[in-house]
Design a protein around this ligand. Structure first.
Ligand code: NAD
Length: 290
């Protein structure tokens, strides 16, 4: 397939490279010259505008920073430039309302579209092991699925347009909450005189067990190798966790529910981010409890 790829940053760079590896002809565009040069090295053909990259393609994939950029890029550079009927896949994490609006505008312009945000970070994007949560019609999902399969290990249809984003922010709200809870439990166990490894050995096979403990332990040297063992470098940036918690709180307001724990997690990550921890892995939060 001929696939346009817009947004070749930390995530998009690896995803576009995996489309090339799967035999697709990838037409790449990014505002950053550096990102474009890296995409060229990985076998993509580069273009000087997104509109040009979209000419004659079967599919368009985007991996962009936020909803406002996604809306503008699709309105100005994709609609009317990609051939009618080409399938559009926005893999960025954006707000549910914008995802639904862009998808509606795509349908009016004659394009099937899915929102397909991901679980998994830069390493999973590079390795082609992302999980995609996909919102869109059955027809759009069927067209998008083979493109997504070349970049991930799991592709799950979550329902209509916007449902991929809804699944992503609900999942990440839960992740933010249980990471903070896990950090608090380890800090408290230690203050009460328990060795962290002993607490891990007990809690990881007891009812407190969760992903933040057993797959992403925030304590260095305990559990599997995680960003905690690398000075909290790499992994999932605090700034991105905060972004997702803000999106979750916006969506909660629209839906008319009050997720108290989600709100508190957003406040705590906001304070942590403001203290200069934005680029650090979100499990570094445990240091605030020292
Ligand atoms: P990034 O900042 O590294 O990449 C974004 C890229 O988009 C940049 O290269 C930038 O130059 C480009 N860009 C911005 N505006 C553009 C425009 N108008 N036209 C073309 N290119 C443009 O960000 P990232 O870490 O790759 O994240 C991308 C998306 O993936 C975000 O929505 C983020 O929330 C989501 N996400 C990131 C991670 C992660 O671990 N980094 C994990 C899951 C989801």
């Amino acid at each position: 397939m001929k696939i346009a790829f817009i947004g070749l940053g930390n995530m998009g760079g690896g995803m576009a490279a995996n489309l090339v590896k799967a035999g697709h002809d990838v037409h790449a565009f990014d505002l950053s010259e550096e990102a474009l040069a890296a995409a060229k090295d990985k076998g993509c053909t580069t273009y000087s505008t997104a509109a040009e990259a979209c000419e004659g393609v079967d599919a368009v994939v985007s991996m962009l920073p936020n909803g406002a950029i996604v809306k503008t890029v699709y309105a100005n550079n994709v609609f009317g430039h990609a051939p009618a009927g080409a399938v559009l896949l926005d893999c960025s994490t954006i707000d549910v309302a914008t995802a639904r609006k862009v998808s509606e505008a795509a349908a009016e312009a004659g394009y099937p579209m899915v929102d397909a945000p991901v679980s998994g970070g830069i390493a999973a994007a590079d390795a082609g092991t992302l999980t995609f949560m996909v919102g869109g019609s059955e027809d759009a999902f069927k067209k998008a699925e083979p493109v997504l399969q070349a970049m991930g290990k799991a592709v799950i249809h979550a329902g209509d347009a916007g449902n991929g984003q809804a699944a992503k922010i609900c999942n990440n709200m839960l992740l933010g909450i249980h990471m903070i809870g896990t950090c608090e439990a380890f800090a408290m166990a230690q203050k009460l005189g328990l060795d962290p490894q002993t607490f891990y050995d007990i809690s990881s096979v007891s009812s407190g067990q969760c992903w933040s403990m057993t797959s992403y332990c925030p304590v260095p040297g305990v559990g599997p190798t995680t960003p905690a063992d690398n000075g909290y470098k790499g992994g999932f940036a605090t700034a991105l966790m905060l972004k997702d918690l803000k999106l979750a709180m916006e969506a909660a307001e629209t839906a008319g529910i009050t997720p108290n724990m989600g709100q508190r997690a957003r406040e705590l990550y906001e304070i942590f981010d403001r203290a200069g921890n934005g680029p650090r892995d979100f499990s570094a939060y445990i240091e605030t409890l020292d």
